[in-house]
Design a binder for this molecule. Sequence first.
Ligand code: F6R
Length: 243
Amino acid sequence: YDNSNNASYKVAHEIAALIRQKEKDEMYCVLGLATGSSPIKVYEELIRLHKEKGLSFKNVVTFNLDEYYPMEKDNVQSYYDFMHEYLFNHIDIPKDHINIPSGDTHPDKILETCIAYENKIKKYGGLDFQLLGIGRTGHIGFNEPGSHYNSRTRLITLDHLTRTDAASSFLGLENVPKRAITMGIGTVKEAKRIVLLAWGENKAEIIKKTIEGEITSQVPATYLQLHKNTTFVLDEGAASLLT
Ligand code: F6R
Protein backbone atom coordinates (compact mmCIF):
# COMPACT_ATOMS: atom_id res chain seq x y z
CA TYR A 1 0.00 0.00 0.00
CA ASP A 2 1.15 3.54 -0.60
CA ASN A 3 0.47 4.37 3.04
CA SER A 4 -0.51 2.75 6.31
CA ASN A 5 -3.90 4.53 6.49
CA ASN A 6 -5.25 2.83 3.37
CA ALA A 7 -3.73 -0.47 4.44
CA SER A 8 -5.22 -0.30 7.95
CA TYR A 9 -8.62 0.57 6.50
CA LYS A 10 -8.53 -2.56 4.31
CA VAL A 11 -7.55 -4.81 7.23
CA ALA A 12 -10.23 -3.34 9.52
CA HIS A 13 -12.85 -4.02 6.85
CA GLU A 14 -11.70 -7.62 6.49
CA ILE A 15 -12.09 -8.07 10.25
CA ALA A 16 -15.51 -6.36 10.21
CA ALA A 17 -16.72 -8.65 7.41
CA LEU A 18 -15.62 -11.68 9.41
CA ILE A 19 -17.41 -10.42 12.54
CA ARG A 20 -20.62 -9.85 10.54
CA GLN A 21 -20.40 -13.26 8.88
CA LYS A 22 -19.93 -15.01 12.24
CA GLU A 23 -22.84 -13.04 13.68
CA LYS A 24 -25.04 -14.25 10.81
CA ASP A 25 -23.88 -17.82 11.44
CA GLU A 26 -24.58 -17.31 15.18
CA MET A 27 -21.02 -18.20 16.09
CA TYR A 28 -18.32 -16.49 18.14
CA CYS A 29 -15.72 -14.57 16.15
CA VAL A 30 -12.40 -15.37 17.84
CA LEU A 31 -9.77 -12.70 17.26
CA GLY A 32 -6.09 -12.78 18.23
CA LEU A 33 -4.97 -9.19 18.81
CA ALA A 34 -1.68 -7.31 18.97
CA THR A 35 -0.59 -4.13 20.73
CA GLY A 36 2.13 -1.65 19.69
CA SER A 37 1.99 1.13 17.13
CA SER A 38 1.22 -1.01 14.05
CA PRO A 39 -2.46 -1.93 14.70
CA ILE A 40 -3.61 1.43 16.11
CA LYS A 41 -5.26 2.64 12.89
CA VAL A 42 -6.98 -0.72 12.40
CA TYR A 43 -8.51 -0.31 15.86
CA GLU A 44 -9.50 3.29 15.08
CA GLU A 45 -11.38 2.16 11.98
CA LEU A 46 -13.09 -0.69 13.87
CA ILE A 47 -14.24 1.83 16.48
CA ARG A 48 -15.57 4.09 13.71
CA LEU A 49 -17.45 1.15 12.17
CA HIS A 50 -18.95 0.41 15.58
CA LYS A 51 -20.01 4.00 16.21
CA GLU A 52 -21.17 4.95 12.71
CA LYS A 53 -22.05 1.70 10.93
CA GLY A 54 -23.56 -0.42 13.69
CA LEU A 55 -20.77 -3.01 13.83
CA SER A 56 -21.36 -4.97 17.03
CA PHE A 57 -18.67 -6.83 18.98
CA LYS A 58 -21.15 -8.76 21.14
CA ASN A 59 -20.19 -12.07 19.50
CA VAL A 60 -16.44 -11.29 19.45
CA VAL A 61 -14.00 -13.03 21.78
CA THR A 62 -10.44 -11.71 21.88
CA PHE A 63 -7.10 -13.18 22.92
CA ASN A 64 -4.17 -10.82 23.10
CA LEU A 65 -0.75 -12.05 22.12
CA ASP A 66 1.26 -10.90 25.08
CA GLU A 67 1.86 -8.86 28.22
CA TYR A 68 5.00 -7.70 29.99
CA TYR A 69 5.99 -9.56 33.15
CA PRO A 70 5.78 -8.49 35.84
CA MET A 71 3.16 -5.84 35.04
CA GLU A 72 0.14 -4.55 36.95
CA LYS A 73 -3.06 -4.09 34.93
CA ASP A 74 -3.47 -0.47 36.02
CA ASN A 75 0.05 0.49 34.93
CA VAL A 76 -0.19 2.78 31.85
CA GLN A 77 2.59 0.72 30.25
CA SER A 78 0.56 -2.48 30.43
CA TYR A 79 -0.89 -4.02 27.31
CA TYR A 80 -4.07 -4.40 29.35
CA ASP A 81 -4.26 -0.60 29.55
CA PHE A 82 -3.27 -0.18 25.89
CA MET A 83 -6.05 -2.45 24.63
CA HIS A 84 -8.69 -0.71 26.72
CA GLU A 85 -7.54 2.73 25.64
CA TYR A 86 -7.22 1.95 21.94
CA LEU A 87 -10.13 -0.46 21.48
CA PHE A 88 -12.13 -2.10 24.26
CA ASN A 89 -13.38 1.07 25.99
CA HIS A 90 -14.97 2.23 22.74
CA ILE A 91 -16.85 -0.86 21.57
CA ASP A 92 -19.61 -3.12 22.91
CA ILE A 93 -17.51 -6.24 23.55
CA PRO A 94 -18.64 -8.06 26.72
CA LYS A 95 -15.91 -7.76 29.38
CA ASP A 96 -15.76 -11.50 29.89
CA HIS A 97 -14.92 -11.99 26.20
CA ILE A 98 -11.60 -10.16 26.63
CA ASN A 99 -8.52 -12.30 27.31
CA ILE A 100 -5.05 -10.86 27.91
CA PRO A 101 -2.14 -12.78 29.49
CA SER A 102 -1.94 -11.61 33.06
CA GLY A 103 1.25 -9.76 33.97
CA ASP A 104 0.47 -9.96 37.69
CA THR A 105 0.24 -13.74 37.95
CA HIS A 106 2.09 -15.19 40.93
CA PRO A 107 5.38 -16.78 39.71
CA ASP A 108 4.23 -20.21 40.98
CA LYS A 109 1.06 -20.00 38.88
CA ILE A 110 2.53 -18.94 35.53
CA LEU A 111 2.70 -22.39 33.95
CA GLU A 112 -0.84 -23.19 35.01
CA THR A 113 -2.27 -19.90 33.70
CA CYS A 114 -0.43 -20.29 30.38
CA ILE A 115 -1.95 -23.76 29.95
CA ALA A 116 -5.38 -22.35 30.86
CA TYR A 117 -4.93 -19.61 28.21
CA GLU A 118 -4.20 -22.24 25.55
CA ASN A 119 -7.17 -24.35 26.67
CA LYS A 120 -9.51 -21.37 26.52
CA ILE A 121 -8.48 -20.62 22.90
CA LYS A 122 -9.16 -24.29 22.07
CA LYS A 123 -12.50 -24.19 23.86
CA TYR A 124 -13.63 -21.44 21.48
CA GLY A 125 -12.54 -23.54 18.49
CA GLY A 126 -9.23 -21.74 17.89
CA LEU A 127 -8.41 -18.30 16.51
CA ASP A 128 -10.39 -17.29 13.42
CA PHE A 129 -8.11 -14.34 12.72
CA GLN A 130 -4.75 -13.32 14.17
CA LEU A 131 -3.47 -9.76 13.80
CA LEU A 132 0.32 -9.41 14.13
CA GLY A 133 3.01 -6.76 14.17
CA ILE A 134 6.69 -7.63 13.87
CA GLY A 135 9.64 -6.59 16.01
CA ARG A 136 13.06 -5.78 14.58
CA THR A 137 14.35 -9.06 16.05
CA GLY A 138 11.82 -10.91 13.89
CA HIS A 139 9.56 -11.57 16.86
CA ILE A 140 5.83 -12.11 16.46
CA GLY A 141 4.04 -11.79 19.76
CA PHE A 142 7.11 -11.84 21.99
CA ASN A 143 8.52 -14.98 20.38
CA GLU A 144 12.11 -13.81 20.25
CA PRO A 145 14.93 -15.46 18.24
CA GLY A 146 15.36 -19.05 19.39
CA SER A 147 11.62 -19.66 19.77
CA HIS A 148 10.54 -23.14 18.72
CA TYR A 149 8.03 -23.76 15.93
CA ASN A 150 5.82 -25.66 18.37
CA SER A 151 6.17 -23.22 21.28
CA ARG A 152 3.05 -22.41 23.33
CA THR A 153 1.97 -19.64 25.69
CA ARG A 154 4.84 -19.17 28.14
CA LEU A 155 7.12 -16.79 30.05
CA ILE A 156 10.02 -15.55 27.89
CA THR A 157 13.04 -13.27 28.22
CA LEU A 158 12.89 -10.21 25.97
CA ASP A 159 15.68 -9.62 23.48
CA HIS A 160 17.94 -6.64 24.20
CA LEU A 161 16.93 -4.99 20.88
CA THR A 162 13.23 -5.32 21.78
CA ARG A 163 13.88 -3.67 25.15
CA THR A 164 15.88 -0.90 23.46
CA ASP A 165 12.99 -0.25 21.06
CA ALA A 166 10.61 0.02 24.03
CA ALA A 167 12.97 2.19 26.11
CA SER A 168 11.59 5.59 25.08
CA SER A 169 8.01 4.74 26.04
CA PHE A 170 9.27 3.48 29.43
CA LEU A 171 11.45 6.59 29.87
CA GLY A 172 14.68 4.56 29.93
CA LEU A 173 15.95 1.05 29.24
CA GLU A 174 16.26 0.29 32.96
CA ASN A 175 12.45 0.59 33.31
CA VAL A 176 11.60 -1.89 30.54
CA PRO A 177 10.59 -5.28 31.97
CA LYS A 178 13.02 -8.07 31.15
CA ARG A 179 10.35 -10.69 30.60
CA ALA A 180 6.91 -11.17 29.11
CA ILE A 181 4.20 -13.79 28.73
CA THR A 182 3.46 -14.53 25.09
CA MET A 183 1.38 -16.89 23.01
CA GLY A 184 3.73 -19.30 21.24
CA ILE A 185 4.45 -19.82 17.56
CA GLY A 186 2.43 -23.04 17.86
CA THR A 187 -0.53 -21.02 19.16
CA VAL A 188 -0.34 -18.37 16.43
CA LYS A 189 0.20 -20.76 13.56
CA GLU A 190 -3.08 -22.55 14.29
CA ALA A 191 -5.05 -19.40 13.48
CA LYS A 192 -7.20 -19.88 10.39
CA ARG A 193 -6.13 -16.51 8.99
CA ILE A 194 -3.10 -14.34 9.84
CA VAL A 195 -2.44 -10.74 8.85
CA LEU A 196 0.90 -9.16 9.74
CA LEU A 197 1.24 -5.37 9.61
CA ALA A 198 4.51 -3.48 9.16
CA TRP A 199 5.00 0.22 8.52
CA GLY A 200 8.06 2.29 7.78
CA GLU A 201 11.63 1.84 6.63
CA ASN A 202 12.90 0.73 10.01
CA LYS A 203 10.98 -2.52 9.44
CA ALA A 204 12.29 -3.01 5.87
CA GLU A 205 15.30 -5.16 6.77
CA ILE A 206 13.39 -7.59 9.01
CA ILE A 207 10.54 -7.77 6.47
CA LYS A 208 13.01 -8.76 3.74
CA LYS A 209 14.53 -11.48 5.97
CA THR A 210 11.07 -12.70 6.99
CA ILE A 211 9.64 -12.98 3.48
CA GLU A 212 12.70 -13.76 1.37
CA GLY A 213 15.07 -15.38 3.87
CA GLU A 214 15.31 -19.02 4.88
CA ILE A 215 13.02 -20.31 7.60
CA THR A 216 14.92 -20.17 10.87
CA SER A 217 14.26 -19.97 14.60
CA GLN A 218 16.65 -16.99 14.56
CA VAL A 219 13.90 -15.01 12.78
CA PRO A 220 10.71 -16.51 14.25
CA ALA A 221 8.46 -14.58 11.83
CA THR A 222 9.93 -16.71 8.98
CA TYR A 223 7.79 -19.58 10.34
CA LEU A 224 4.84 -17.73 8.78
CA GLN A 225 6.13 -18.85 5.37
CA LEU A 226 4.71 -22.26 6.29
CA HIS A 227 1.23 -20.93 7.08
CA LYS A 228 -1.37 -21.41 4.34
CA ASN A 229 -3.40 -18.23 4.86
CA THR A 230 -1.07 -15.41 5.89
CA THR A 231 -0.89 -11.96 4.32
CA PHE A 232 1.79 -9.37 4.99
CA VAL A 233 0.26 -5.91 4.76
CA LEU A 234 3.05 -3.38 4.20
CA ASP A 235 3.47 0.26 3.35
CA GLU A 236 6.08 1.36 0.85
CA GLY A 237 8.74 1.91 3.50
CA ALA A 238 8.43 -1.57 5.01
CA ALA A 239 8.38 -3.15 1.53
CA SER A 240 11.29 -1.06 0.20
CA LEU A 241 13.98 -3.79 0.34
CA LEU A 242 11.92 -6.61 -1.19
CA THR A 243 13.25 -7.86 -4.51
C1 F6R B 1 2.61 -6.60 20.49
C2 F6R B 1 3.49 -7.64 19.92
C3 F6R B 1 4.76 -7.27 19.21
C4 F6R B 1 4.62 -6.05 18.32
C5 F6R B 1 5.96 -5.71 17.68
C6 F6R B 1 5.88 -4.50 16.79
O1 F6R B 1 1.47 -7.21 21.08
O2 F6R B 1 3.19 -8.77 20.04
O3 F6R B 1 5.18 -8.37 18.46
O4 F6R B 1 3.66 -6.31 17.33
O5 F6R B 1 6.92 -5.50 18.66
O6 F6R B 1 5.58 -3.37 17.55
P1 F6R B 1 5.20 -1.99 16.85
O7 F6R B 1 3.89 -2.20 16.17
O8 F6R B 1 5.07 -1.02 17.99
O9 F6R B 1 6.30 -1.67 15.89
